[in-house]
Design a protein around this ligand. Structure first.
Ligand code: 9D3
Length: 254
């Protein structure tokens, strides 16, 4: 639509055999606006362009045998050189991989502070380990389940990164206030109608007492996190103020 009106805060490039998948983030919502406004720049580099034969071959059979195919190191290296020329020669290289460090809020924040990143989205059984050894700074996983390639994981990472760029969310929201940046799950939310299938809205939310509402919301966040994500917080780790809030809203012993 319009041209960039600011220099990008983050230059991203992705090595992918399926560049068209990335319209999911370039065309919609918060991420779409960030790319449209030039807050963030995205370059898609298809390793198929580096294929030496007329069939566009980028993979070959694994040494030692076994199922599937492996993406070839020289092909990926040539694609990376082109991506670096656009994103920046000093860009950090992040490979999306089931063997990577699990993505969390701290890793997102640290990567969002980089000037430039090249993400590598693999397909097939994986990528030649020598490409990883020579060119990859960090391997990142989106969790302990299998998906069909690195593209959706790369898009999840990019979406999470863009939310940390100043101006991406607009003045009504900040990434720092979001669930997880504080290490707590979000509180429950309600809107009209006031009664739905016999269920009413907690009366504190209708009271207009903003201090009370903030306290109730924090107590709800604490209770939900204790119940659902004991890996994030424990009762022993809570401050006296947070314990008092739980007690006040009758959420202490469950
Ligand atoms: C047979 C062993 N599999 C490895 C766990 C093979 C395999 C499965 C899926 C090889 C590549 C893939 C494609 N997945 C990704 O590229 C990927 C991924 C994932 O599957 N889960 C969580 N995070 C990620 S990041 C990239």
């Amino acid at each position: 639509m319009s041209t960039p009106d600011v220099s990008p805060q983050l230059r991203l490039a992705v090595l992918t055999l399926f560049p068209e998948m990335f319209s999911a983030i370039t065309q919609w919502g918060v991420t779409g606006r960030a790319f449209e406004s030039g807050l963030c720049q995205l370059h898609l580099q298809d390793p198929r362009e580096e294929a030496a034969d007329r069939h566009g071959t980028v993979d070959d059979r694994p040494y030692g045998g076994g199922p599937g195919m492996v993406m070839q190191a020289p092909i990926l290296a040539a694609a990376l050189a082109k991506a670096r020329a656009v994103a920046g020669e000093n860009a950090k290289v992040v490979a999306m991989s089931p063997q990577g460090t699990p993505l969390d809020a701290a890793l997102v924040r640290s990567l969002a502070s980089e000037d430039a990143l090249v993400l590598v989205a693999g397909r097939y059984e994986g990528i030649d380990e020598r490409f990883v050894t020579r060119h990859v700074d960090l391997e990142v996983s989106v969790g302990d389940y299998v998906v069909s390639g690195g593209e959706l994981p790369a898009m999840m990472l990019i979406d999470a990164l863009v939310r940390w760029l100043p101006g991406a969310l607009g003045h009504e929201a900040s990434a720092a206030e979001d669930s997880f940046s504080e290490g707590l799950l979000d509180c429950p939310h309600y809107t009209r109608p006031e009664t739905y299938e016999g269920l009413t809205v907690p009366s504190v939310l209708l009271s207009g007492h903003h201090g009370e509402i903030a306290g109730w919301r924090r107590a709800q966040s604490l209770r939900r996190t204790l119940d659902r994500r004991p890996d994030l917080i424990t009762m022993e780790g809570l401050s006296e103020a947070d314990r008092a809030l739980l007690d006040k809203w009758d959420l202490l012993q469950k």
